[in-house]
Write a protein that binds this ligand. Structure first.
Ligand SMILES: Nc1ncnc2c1ncn2CCCCCNC(=O)c1cc(-c2ccc(F)cc2)cc(O)c1O
Ligand SMILES: [Mg+2]
Length: 214
């Protein structure tokens, strides 16, 4: 039945991007997904907000929940200072295979560690496996009904510290109402909504940035 959508995205990168050039990988995916076929990357509009928050935090340790094809993984990793690590967690093995190739094509494999499996199982293993004490930055982009349980899990595992920044995709579309309720009514978070649009469309969506106060 031919190639999968992630495989078609990888092909577009291999055809149109320059090896070792993350910006050209980002541009190739955005062009393909805007003009050929939609895909659930954070995209170029919300991507600019993601970039600005990553640059503001300048994280030494970062976590991404929901890798998909690695588009936001490349966006984040390309901005990380030398010696920093981005851990990205992907549930779907086929997506993980494609994401590894796209991350490597961008030349960012030394900054990125991809873990395969459900976030709820893997988060408790991160400290021991990678010797990470806490995350400076977390990008939530996986199952929207996992945003709250995984945020609570990060708190319980001691993976958040005073000042850790959480940035959540899709809080409007498809929507993460319980998550918005959780961070907006929780004295332990300072939270702010960044309006934008659903990737490659005119549909309203946005990112919620929440600072953990410890
Ligand atoms: N480590 C882990 N643990 C648990 N689940 C895990 C996981 N790793 C992956 N997953 C499983 C996530 C599957 C993808 C999540 N993202 C989404 O579902 C998503 C959907 C849309 C969308 C919007 C409008 C539409 F009409 C249709 C779709 C847009 C987005 O930007 C999205 O991020
Ligand atoms: Mg998303």
């Amino acid at each position: 039945t031919g190639l999968s959508r992630p495989q078609r995205i990888l092909k577009a990168v291999q055809k149109n991007a320059k090896k070792g050039d993350p910006q050209s990988v980002i541009a190739a995916i955005d062009h393909y997904c805007r003009h050929k076929e939609w895909a659930m990357n954070v995209g170029d509009d919300k991507g600019l907000i993601l970039d600005s928050v990553v640059m503001e935090v300048n994280p030494s340790s970062a976590l991404e929940l929901g890798t998909y094809c690695g588009y936001s993984t490349v966006r984040i990793a390309r901005l990380l200072p030398a010696g920093s690590t981005l851990i990205t967690v992907e549930f779907n093995p086929h997506c993980a295979v494609i994401a590894r190739q796209i991350i490597a094509y961008a030349g960012l494999q030394d900054k990125v560690k991809l873990m395969e499996g459900p976030s709820g199982d893997l988060i408790p293993k991160i400290k021991e496996q990678f010797g990470i004490t806490s995350f400076d930055f977390v990008f939530l982009d996986h199952w929207k009904d996992r945003y709250v349980p995984d945020t609570k899990l990060l708190e319980e595992c001691g993976l958040l510290r005073k000042g850790s920044v959480l940035l959540a995709d899709n809080v409007i579309c498809p929507g993460a109402p319980e998550y918005l309720e959780y961070v907006r009514n929780n004295p332990r978070y300072e939270t702010r909504y960044f309006p934008s649009n659903l990737e490659y469309t005119k549909v309203e969506d946005g990112l919620e940035k929440s600072v953990f106060l410890g």
